[in-house]
Design a protein around this ligand. Sequence first.
Ligand SMILES: C[S@@+](CC[C@H](N)C(=O)[O-])C[C@H]1O[C@@H](n2cnc3c(N)ncnc32)[C@H](O)[C@@H]1O
Length: 211
Amino acid sequence: MDSDFWHQKWERGDIGFHEQQVNPALVGNMESLNLIKGSRLFLPLCGKTQDIAWLLAQGYRVVGAELSKRAINELFQQLNVTPDITEAGELTRYSANNIDIWAGDIFNLGANSLGAVDAIYDRAALVALPEEMRQRYAIHLDAICHSVQQLLVTCEYNQQLHDGPPFSVSEQELQRLYGNQYQLNRLAQDDIAGGFKGKVAATISVWHLHR
Ligand SMILES: C[S@@+](CC[C@H](N)C(=O)[O-])C[C@H]1O[C@@H](n2cnc3c(N)ncnc32)[C@H](O)[C@@H]1O
């Protein structure tokens, strides 16, 4: 799953992953992170999620990483904000009050550029990646975020009945990816009404990963 796959999705408007509402897992579980206002949250593979506007409105700061400049431009249009845009090597930084979004491949984003973060919110990031990339993603996230706590949303279904993304990620896999750095606390697990894509039985889990 290379960058072209995602760029084409954005160009075609094939973005079924993009939700029109703030994700209920975020609203319902943000308190578990016990963060003070002004804390800085990292949203890897952020797209143009409405969750960013919600976090800003709650008084948090946000930093994101996203391949698609189209997505980032649409995000700032939604926010009704004009960002400062600066080139930084292979990445481009879009900044405004309380928000920085890095355009480019997350694997090119280093800890210094990212800056200090207090928590990670991963919705449709880990599960957007095929199995062979997930280990690399988890290692990279740890390297640039130093094992700060995470609010993580995963889905589980029979991967043989449907291709990802989103991919099915089991608790066993999470233990392999994150078990050394984190304790895994499942905050919620719900069936997807009618099944995944209306056909495959699936559950959504919300996890708090903490040390
Ligand atoms: C499934 S979408 C989820 C977007 C967002 N988290 C949401 O909840 O709407 C995955 C996003 O990751 C971006 N992406 C994929 N690979 C990436 C990479 N290596 N670096 C940065 N962004 C990436 C895609 O362009 C896409 O917008």
